[in-house]
Design a protein around this ligand. Structure first.
Ligand code: NAD
Ligand code: DAU
Length: 351
């Protein structure tokens, strides 16, 4: 059995569903259910004895140690985090608490569990830390993409907190021998992404007739990866990654934000035309830039491709069409998560 942290969030819930479908191995899912966590994402698993959901904090060491021992956990996949850059600018403390202190406490619980295991189980045990390309900072238009050897240069409280967590994970491996693996992935998109992130926010605002906010000049570049491809990469690293190694994961799909938003508008124009016959692109509105906004991310994923044979199955075009259709078919989910707390956030951030 494996322990997944943050398995009610965007990538975590996709991962739990993907894992059970691909491997059938049981999962204990530990999630605090912050604003970003939603058990409705896992409704398809209701009554499925292979999925045990536990509401709790990764920083609660006795709870985590109990779960590790009671369920004889063989591996941990660690997604739980505060993940939204804009929220980290308004309130960085939660990012320090969960991403740094929480990860540290989780690592300590894992260390104590792992140390007490019989030799064969110790050898097989893995702690996979899910991290981000944002720890590497920003690229100029001509820089080569980020690779595993890039220096750390985080530029937001979110990125800094993830960088700190990566260092703690590395430290536990080199000092105590905890068998860790780290993945640094680029921007994900797909089902169940909370509509504060660019792609689901734009879909939701477009359908609601609201402005589509583009920060600054909209020429910031992100490397987009369909979430299902990220889940497959994590499964592969867990299965065959070399201990203590880092794997960069990306979609080889660099797009400026304005292009992403215009593509979304044209998909929506075809799938759900506006009643007045004009394009959703008329709703695009340029707004004040994000402070410390990284200009370009890109990933060189050759290591995971050559060592582990992973490559993305979706292109940006196929993945984006799937995603738009999913949001059109799941408007009830969007309505459910865009409750009072969400509306407060939008009012505070966009004014
Ligand atoms: P998310 O914000 O959608 O979900 C985070 C989940 O963690 C939520 O379910 C939340 O309730 C839970 N959580 C938060 N604090 C917790 C705590 N203290 N204890 C237990 N659970 C807690 O995030 P996401 O986009 O799914 O990202 C998941 C992970 O992947 C994060 O570590 C993030 O840094 C990393 N990542 C995300 C992306 C991306 O594009 N979204 C890309 C690369 C890496
Ligand atoms: O690169 C990986 C990271 O991708 C993950 O580590 C983070 O958890 C995840 O949130 C994501 O971070 P970004 O800041 O890149 O994602 P976001 O969707 O917030 O923004 C994508 C780009 O779109 C970014 O350049 C900012 C811009 N943007 C975003 C919003 C919400 C806008 O122009 N307008 C907006 O309203």
């Amino acid at each position: 059995m494996i322990l997944v942290t943050g398995g009610a969030g965007f990538i975590g819930s996709n991962f739990v569903l993907d894992w059970l479908a691909a491997t059938g191995e049981a999962v204990v899912n530990l999630d605090k259910l912050t604003y970003a966590g939603n058990v409705r994402n896992l409704a398809a698993l209701e009554g499925d004895s292979r999925h045990t959901f536990v509401r709790g904090d990764i920083a609660d060491r006795p709870l985590v140690e109990g779960l590790l021992a009671d369920h004889r956990i063989r591996s941990v996949v660690h997604f739980a985090a505060e993940s939204h850059v804009d929220r980290s600018i308004h309130g960085p403390a939660d990012f320090v608490d969960t991403n740094i202190v929480g990860t540290f406490r989780l690592l300590e619980a894992v260390r104590s569990h792992w140390t007490a295991l019989p030799a064969a189980e110790q050898q097989a045990f893995r702690f996979l830390h899910v991290s981000t390309d944002e720890v590497f900072g920003t690229l100029s238009p001509t820089d080569p993409p980020f690779a595993e050897t890039n220096p750390y240069q985080p530029n937001s409280p979110y990125a800094a907190s993830k960088a700190a967590s990566d260092h703690l994970v590395r430290g536990h491996h080199h000092t105590y021998g905890v068998p860790v693996l780290t993945t640094n992935c680029s921007n994900n998109y797909g089902p169940w992404q909370f509509p504060e992130k660019l792609i689901p926010l734009v879909i939701a605002n477009a359908l609601a007739g609201k402005p589509l906010p583009i920060y600054g000049d909209g020429m910031q570049i992100r490397d987009w990866l369909y979430v299902g491809d990220h889940c497959a990469a994590i499964r592969r690293v867990l299965e065959a990654g070399r201990l203590g190694e880092v794997y960069c994961v990306g979609g080889a799909s660099e797009k400026p934000n304005i292009e992403v938003v215009k593509t979304l508008c044209s998909i929506l124009d075809a799938e759900r035309p506006r009643s007045d016959g004009t394009s959703y692109a008329t709703q695009i509105t340029f707004v004040k830039d994000r402070p410390g906004h990284d200009r370009r991310y890109a990933i060189d994923a050759r290591k995971i491709a050559t060592e582990l044979g992973w490559k993305p199955a979706e292109t940006f075009e196929t993945g984006l069409h799937r995603t738009v259709r999913w949001y059109l078919d799941h408007q009830d989910w969007v309505a459910d998560v865009t409750s009072g707390g969400y509306r407060d956030w939008i009012a505070k951030h966009y004014g």
